[in-house]
Ligand binder design. Structure first.
Ligand SMILES: [Zn+2]
Length: 443
């Protein structure tokens, strides 16, 4: 790249950042999404409202075309839920904060009372005989490792205890599962999230407790005689029709080649889905709005996609990729923001070695904005089905220190998102799309 080219790019970056930091509307958009609609689990009335909101907001952002893409989504309903624990032989049952895991089965509204058996790992569980665990509630007590400097590796390490515990425990006829939340928090908030049963195996309750309750239960289990009473109503309720919401700016010279920027519109049914993933949605809309308002004419068609059902099925990501394949749409790049609305620090991608080498010379342009990490390999969940088709995908990497304190909890609310951090993330996405588009880096 010539120094003149570099200069031109750095001016474009400055214009993008200045525009979004001073005129950006993503923070206001997020306020509307969180405060007038709130959480929006797939198949819920709020999810339908969020679809309408996204369609209207994309239109107002100035997209050339906006449309809805049908997606059949699973419906899971929580209902009422209570957990009481007995921490010693003589003690009373005490109500504790809890959250059923997404897609799990409840007790059908009946009381389930059973002794608790604690294990610290799947290995430890495997070593126990069937008689030792049959009819018991298994407490998978695996703490989120705090020794990683960034939290995503810690999440990757611990999340199998949320996702796989019913598959592992189901082989030995247990009555239920309690997991220590997949949480960095030094508090007692339970974190929900999807879980999975072995196909055809019996379904039993699976719930999360907060770190403080887990600490207390751990101590009690070491002394013996712990029991749980669980009453919950959660269950799968078939499927429902929903939508991905898509807005597009038509490319000036390569309108049939697409660059995607997106987030997921659905959220868990607690909190407001502010960081996860309202932030990614409003940032993606901001990218297109900024292009329109700044008069940037992209070569490729740029799509903002609000995916439905990332949290408990990924049906939106799958439907989008199926449609792209059926319509023979060539995607050159698909970028997602689904790691929190915090200060951007980098962007992970699945670029090849050669593509990374080419991209390297653009990294200095990002440094004034605190965005430096382009070394990681990866991409967002919703764009992973496109990756399977060979599309280069990516994901915004925000500062990760606070995300897993609030992720999938009552605390993932608008107030925990900072307006400047959110906007700077949108600017970083717009900048990356700019160089990929203008320099045809991934064509
Ligand atoms: Zn998410």
């Amino acid at each position: 790249m010539s120094s003149i080219g570099q200069h031109k790019d750095s001016i474009a970056f400055k214009n993008i950042a200045t525009h979004i930091l001073t005129q950006g509307k993503c923070y206001q958009d997020l306020r509307v999404l969180c405060k007038t609609i709130g959480h929006r689990l797939s198949g819920s009335a709020q999810a339908s409202k969020a679809v309408e909101w996204a369609e209207q907001t994309l239109r107002e952002a100035g997209c050339d075309t906006v449309w809805l893409q049908p997606v059949q989504v699973p419906v899971w309903r929580r209902g009422e839920e209570h957990l009481a624990l007995k921490f010693s032989k003589e003690g009373d049952f005490i109500d504790v904060p809890m959250s059923s895991l997404g897609n799990s089965e409840g007790t059908g509204g009946r009381l389930l009372k059973a002794p608790i058996v604690m294990v610290r790992s799947f290995d430890e569980f495997e070593q126990l005989s069937k008689e030792a665990v049959e009819g018991k509630i298994i407490f998978f007590n695996y703490p989120f490792r705090q020794d990683f400097a960034h939290t995503f590796p810690g999440y990757g390490d611990a999340v199998k205890y949320r996702w796989q515990s019913p598959m592992i425990a189901g082989k030995k006829n247990v009555a239920g599962i309690i997991i220590r939340s997949i949480s960095t928090g030094e508090d007692d908030y339970p974190h929900t999230g999807s879980t999975k049963y072995e196909d055809g195996s019996p379904r039993f309750p699976a719930v999360a407790i907060g770190n403080k309750t887990a600490d207390k239960l751990e101590k009690a289990c070491l002394k013996g005689n712990t029991e749980a009473i669980l009453k919950s109503e959660c269950r799968m309720q078939g499927t429902a029709m929903s939508f991905n919401v898509i807005g597009e700016i038509t490319g000036s010279s390569k309108p049939k080649d697409f660059i995607l920027v997106g987030g997921h519109l659905d959220s868990w049914d607690i909190g407001e889905g502010a960081h996860d993933d309202g932030a990614g949605c409003v940032q993606s809309i901001e990218v297109l709005r900024a292009y329109k308002q700044l008069g940037i004419r992209p070569k490729h068609s740029i799509r903002a996609v609000m995916f439905m059902n990332e949290e408990n099925g990924l049906k939106g990501g799958l439907a989008y990729a199926d449609s792209a394949l059926a319509r023979k749409e060539k995607h050159v790049f698909a970028l997602e923001s689904d790691a929190g609305g915090f200060s951007p620090r980098g962007i992970e991608t699945t670029m090849s070695k050669k593509q990374r080498e080419q991209f390297k010379k653009y990294i200095p342009l990002f440094l004034p904005y605190g965005v430096y990490n382009f070394d990681e390999e990866g991409g967002g969940a919703d764009v992973s089905p496109l990756k399977k088709q060979g599309v280069v995908v990516g994901e915004l990497l925000p500062d990760s220190q606070r995300y897993f304190d609030v992720h999938h909890t009552d605390n993932d609310v608008f107030e925990t998102v900072n307006h400047r951090e959110l906007k700077l993330g949108a600017a970083a996405m717009a900048m990356l799309i700019y160089v990929v588009d203008q320099h045809e880096l991934l064509d």
